[in-house]
Design a protein around this ligand. Structure first.
Ligand SMILES: [Zn+2]
Length: 253
């Protein structure tokens, strides 16, 4: 980047990482944010967001965030009752924020979402023995520089006081991007066999909060949860910031 361009960008106001308008909310405007962020990530936040986007990050009321992970389980699915807690609506904000995180590498937005999600998970009284994140393939991790599911999961672990299980699950095959596939069945088959439990962990009789950024078909979370349940976990609760799953489950933790 030329020096002149760098200087111009420095003089111009930052743009909201979600909508592109002028970013007018700083980390100082959110009570306690800098302190919590520093404790979790051991650095200072560089938040660029506008007041309008921030004010729309409001969780669904009561039990509306709980659904089944798969609205339409595949026949023979051994875990059709798998629960998903995704307390924010999959709306315009998410539709803009998720590509910003994944394709424009806006890690700060994933962390902001994680901190808000963590507080919501704690306020809902959700408890577990471990928090884990859906892993990225090595190729995509190197491309992006971070795993957005982990950036969201770490604040959930912090807020609930539950240990974060680093590297609990591994990606054993590099699947096609779920966003390139249309339809639940194609996505379900694409992730089949994609995950394995790390040899360093034993999950027998543990309750695990398995975290991803969003759940659209629910297929990725379901496949990752299946590995943990097959390995003897007592319970897996899937957690995502937002989802468009609609079938309610009986979970009321
Ligand atoms: Zn905005």
């Amino acid at each position: 980047m030329s020096l002149i361009r760098e200087a111009v960008e420095w003089l111009l106001p930052h743009k909201c990482d979600i909508c592109g308008k002028v970013a007018d909310v700083t980390a100082d405007d959110i009570p306690g944010y800098k302190d919590i962020y520093g404790r979790i990530f051991n650095e200072q936040p560089g938040l660029y967001i506008c007041g309008k986007c921030f004010s729309q990050l409001v969780p669904l009321e009561g039990l509306k965030g709980w659904t089944l992970c798969l609205s339409d389980p595949m026949s023979g699915d051994p875990y059709p009752e798998l629960a998903l807690f995704a307390p924010f609506p999959y709306d315009e904000i998410c539709e803009k924020a998720i590509p910003a995180i994944k394709f424009r590498n806006r890690k700060e937005i994933a962390r902001l979402f994680g901190i808000i999600l963590g507080k919501t998970v704690r306020d809902n009284g959700i408890k577990a023995d471990l928090v884990a994140a859906v892993p990225l393939s090595e190729e995509r991790f190197l491309e992006r520089g971070f795993n957005q599911a982990e950036e969201i999961a770490r604040p959930v672990a912090y807020a609930t006081g539950v240990p974060f299980a680093t590297g609990l699950l591994e990606r054993c095959i590099d699947t096609r991007k779920q966003t390139e596939l249309k339809g639940g069945e194609a996505r379900f088959l694409n992730v089949k066999g994609a995950f394995a439990l790390s040899a360093e962990w034993d999950v027998t009789d543990l309750t695990i909060l398995l975290t991803d950024d969003v759940a659209t078909t629910g297929a990725t979370l379901h496949e990752a949860a299946k590995v943990l349940l097959d390995a003897g976990a007592a319970k897996v609760l899937c957690i995502a910031f937002a989802s468009n799953r609609t079938v309610k489950n009986k979970e009321t933790v």
